[in-house]
Design a protein around this ligand. Sequence first.
Ligand SMILES: [Fe+2]
Length: 332
Amino acid sequence: MATFEYQNIFGQVKLGYVIAESQKFDEWISFMQKCLGLHLAEHTEQQLSFRIDDYEKRFIVQRGDAEDVTHIGFQVENKLVLEQIIGRFDQREIQYAIGETTDAQARGVQAFWYVQGPKGIQLELFIDEVRTDQPLTMQSSGFYTADSGMGHVAITSQKPEKMIRFWQEFFDARLTDTVEQKINGVTLDVTFLRLNERHHSIAVAETRGVHLDPIRTSIQHMNLQVLDLEDVTMAYQRCKDNGFAVAWEVGQHTNDREVSFYVASPSGFEVELGWAPIKIDEATWQPIKHTSISVWGHQPKPPSKVHKLMHEFGQISESLKKLRRDEYSPID
Ligand SMILES: [Fe+2]
């Protein structure tokens, strides 16, 4: 093996696509196309795919029983960045493989490499996407991707130190800020990590002290960024009109200043639709700790599972330890 030379790849990785496995295709179409306003690009017996820009596919639903996000695709700038990440996997003896051509086509990419990532989510790396010049037909005025990539994912973890270290060691993630929110004497810590100009591509949430994971799904939520405030408010109304459970009402986050709401997807994890998060200026940014997650709004209604759990935390104690499930980590 050639000598491996470490090179920092910060700013050269961005969220590219997300794959969920579900049997609820009709609900997913209604949720993504009719309510959140994405473009439905593909509908077969085995797969749905949705567009938000000129990439052929951004959010994919594959037929299966998981009712969960199963794969997350990250786009890397070029072959050097890919080799850098793969070289780090080699060094740490983390197994990776190259995807089949048919699977690359299913993802709308030319080729991809994959590993089993934190929490067992399959992490995939690709360089070149497949684009389409077909016009977008969607309820939303548009979604922001560009150099920021496709929104972000938030993951609850029982092994937050390992999970944070994973993103730092393999993707050169930088700490943007943290939020410490006390609810009924229990502290929820959220660490926001950036891979590029986007305030965060990954958020890692943990309960301080006893590390629990009350979330069934591998991610707590996935965020998509729309171009206009009205895209948020109209989607919010469409979700309510169509019976999807808004988990957190419209509000504004303290740290990234994004105006957003959260709604439960057909598979259970939430989708946050947001507008106007700040971008990070690397020259001046200093990570700080916030003591609340929102400036205004974001009221749980009806109480989301996490929020309900957090509120009831004071009354429950030992029994919650059963929520300690073994969480896969690629690193020790
Ligand atoms: Fe978020």
